[in-house]
Design a protein around this ligand. Structure first.
Ligand SMILES: [Fe+2]
Length: 390
């Protein structure tokens, strides 16, 4: 349903993001899952158990979407000065089968090399007026795109991005200092398969129960209101301005998944973390009595699934009521031919896919693997980074 309602916002391509889905049932389910939360709390460098999910859209890559990007989701200068942003562990839950070409790429161990790389980079570009030199001097935001500054020599010295292939149900957890990206050079950054990923974007809440780890990404009060009203925020989880995908209205078929547990409420800002019932459930979940912890998880999940199923039925009804003859579910029931909103016309994509496949077969027989690898590197360095966040 959400893919059917996917549209370009202000003429901007979607780049593999599903900007119509901020509060789909699966997103709400993942945000409020106790095991997911326990993993986030346990991997937080300061063991900050006060977390809230940032209400953001999900990833839904369709064939033909341009998905190549490479970046760091921190302000590198501020991180190295005072550790700012180090607590925002990045996680994602994959719902489809990925492959080595179409998955997240990470540079393993980059957290222990980032300081040296940044020094090298600044020395290399000292006094330089090139685009890269200027970019490094001007770096001031909470995201640094690296496809044009993390060179082949850097990859040799500090590590090349490696694919992290996930299967349905897999969770990826990585530190914020890990350089990462999407899309391999072999496919020129263009997706060939469908890929769906949920990013619950948990953010630490400071002791005043208002300020967040990255203050410019908003406040607890703001997130709480967004979850309550099913509205999007003006900022991204990194604190950047949301220029691409801010929907101007609440999606008419958005149904709140609520009353799962007190702890689940806290994860979406519907209760404070100092609520005694929340603290009681937190103690059971994160406590040493493993049997009690799992009993709590099973109880909460059973309730969540029951509510989820009921909400899916309600969402179908609301979507039909809101969109009438243009409704996804109405058209489906009437046996109409419905397709999701591909940004490349389906016929054009299939055509180019055939051409590419024919071309690559011919190239394979003519070129050595070394030549192919060199070509891919050149092509990759020419591509611009396309993603705002992952
Ligand atoms: Fe990212």
């Amino acid at each position: 349903m959400y893919l059917y309602h996917r549209r370009k916002v202000n003429g901007q391509p979607n780049l593999g993001w599903l900007r119509s889905a901020y509060f789909s049932q699966i997103q709400q389910l993942v945000r409020q899952d106790p095991v997911y939360y326990a993993l986030v709390a346990a991997t937080n460098p300061e063991r900050n158990w006060r977390q809230i999910s940032f209400p953001y859209y999900m990833k839904a890559v369709l064939p033909g979407d341009y998905i190549f990007f490479q970046h760091l989701d921190i302000n590198v200068k501020r991180y190295l000065e005072c550790g700012r942003g180090k607590n925002r562990i990045q996680t994602s839950l994959t719902l489809t089968q990925e492959n080595e070409e179409e998955c997240t790429y990470v540079v393993p161990g980059f957290h222990s090399k980032i300081a040296k790389w940044w020094r090298d980079l600044n020395t290399r570009h000292e006094g330089s007026h090139t685009t890269a030199g200027q970019k490094i001097q001007d770096h001031n935001g909470n995201c640094l795109k690296t496809s044009d500054i993390y060179t082949a020599q850097d990859q040799e010295k500090y590590g090349a991005p490696v694919p992290v292939v996930c299967s349905p149900g897999d969770i990826r957890i990585s530190r914020p200092e890990i350089l990462h990206g999407s899309g391999s050079s072999k496919m020129n950054g263009v997706a060939k398969t469908k890929r769906i990923v949920v990013n619950p974007w948990f953010v630490g809440i400071q002791e005043d129960h208002s300020t967040l780890d990255i203050p410019e990404s908003g406040s607890w009060e703001l997130y709480s209101a967004c979850h309550r009203d099913h509205k999007a925020t003006r900022n991204t989880p990194s604190g950047q301005f949301n220029v691409h995908g801010l929907p101007p209205f609440r999606f008419p078929a958005s149904v709140a998944l609520r009353d799962i547990s007190a702890l689940s409420d806290a994860l979406v800002g519907l209760r404070r973390w100092d609520d005694p019932l929340v603290m009681r459930e937190r103690d059971v979940l994160l406590g040493e009595d493993e049997a009690a912890s799992w009993a709590f998880v099973h109880r909460v999940r059973a309730r969540a699934i029951q509510l989820y199923k009921g909400n899916v039925r309600l969402a179908r009804e609301l979507e039909e009521e809101a969109y009438g003859g243009s409704s996804y579910y109405w058209q489906k029931r009437e046996g109409k031919s419905i397709d999701v909103q591909y940004e490349v016309k389906r016929a054009e994509f299939e055509e180019s896919e055939v051409e590419e496949s024919e071309q690559s077969s011919a190239e394979e027989s003519e070129q050595s693997s070394v030549e192919e690898s060199e070509k891919s590197s050149e092509e990759e360095s020419e591509q611009s980074s396309a993603e705002e966040s992952e």
